[in-house]
Design a protein around this ligand. Sequence first.
Ligand code: ADE
Length: 345
Amino acid sequence: MDQNTGFEIEEVAINDPSVHEEEFELTLRPRLMNDYIGQRQIKGNLEILIEAAQKRQEPIEHLMLYGPPGLGKTTLAHVISREMSANIRVTSGPAIERAGDLASILTNLAAGDILFIDEIHRINRNVEEVLYPAMEDYVIDLVVGKGPSARTMRLELPKFTLIGATTKIGMLSSPLRDRFGALYRLEFYDDDELAQIVKRSASLLKVEIDHSGVSEIARRSRRTPRIANRILKRVRDYAEVKHHGYIDRGIADQALKRLDIDHLGLDRTDCEYLNTIINKFNGGPVGLDTISAAMAEDKDTLEDVIEPYLLQLGFINRTPRGRIATPAAHQHLGIPVQPGSSPLL
Ligand code: ADE
């Protein structure tokens, strides 16, 4: 923990399917709400929620954080726990295999604790049913014994707060979604917010970087802090080998070109995705399953990691008949729109 900045530097494993590797990344996480850059509206709402709960000396209501990967859902959950001076217990939907696993997690919580469930859309039905009464009435019903002698036993739980996170809010059942007191959608960051994040990370990593280097990295980070921090570290490597460690626009540009990251932040997979729609399917519409098969790329990776930023740039449209590459995408890749392509374009 850096006493001056309120940031902590920690090692965590980040499994990012877009790069197909599991790597340990040094992350630079803000600890308190004041250090957390961006997501202004969510922060404003959370500050009121937290202050009101503290005044009433109650835990905050169950919260759902959703949006594309890398925008800070897990970080925000940790920030909330620190602001509430609450313990946080971290797990994920797929890690809770049986109802009994969840029962044991819940019965080990203390009053005021926060339970963070990442990828909550991947929780299975049996587990989800235990969650309903736990969230609503702070109880769980356990079945004890088997056959005719089986009976249910109701256990009281301490008043806890569930924070769920998901990239796929649409996959949540409505009974589960309805049990959250507030749902917050994390937005992509603007260039200025990303520049602030890059600047602070550089200062914590003791990287020398000028204003032009900061803005070049910010501009090419897909509006995503996790990517900005990852790129900063790769550019730092390049600068240390080629430029005595100093980063300016020129060095950032050279390093990013070597990483195949273009001036809008698109990498090889993004461009391959667009090229597939344009060259193999005449611009679309084409179904996601077909694109996934043509690229030999996982469908969920395309949907969760690749598409959100391309949608944000206006490079693709999702229609009932499939994905379409827009004229802006054609222009970016320098490919003219074919005369016979979709009238939906
Ligand atoms: N690092 C990653 N996300 C961040 C954020 N939202 N604010 C500050 N630093 C960050």
